[in-house]
Design a protein. Sequence first.
Length: 125
Amino acid sequence: MAWLYLVAAILLEVCGTTSMKLSRSFTVPAPTVAIFVFYGASIFCLTLAVQRLEIGVAYAIWSALGTAIVATIGIVWFGESATLAKLASLVLVVAGVIGLQLSSGTPVAPSDDAARAAASDASGG
């Protein structure tokens, strides 16, 4: 479930950041309000995710994938430049997050035994 919260946090953060562009420096009301709604919901989901995931890994994935997705949206929908250096840098960001996840020892989907053990430890039993 923590991974679903993390995915939701990423998507909500992307919506919030895209709303920044659409708000035109806080001059368009709906996207301006959306910035705060999306970011609040994103932080809420991220908070739930870090209850089960390593905070360093969760935050790195949240920020890096959010950055990569927003950069892609900028290129595709807002006509921003897509230089070779920018595209290579985005690939490196994603590769860095994958490397961090692989080096953390945190399984992508913890087993039921691990979840029960963590719950038992948390409840003192």
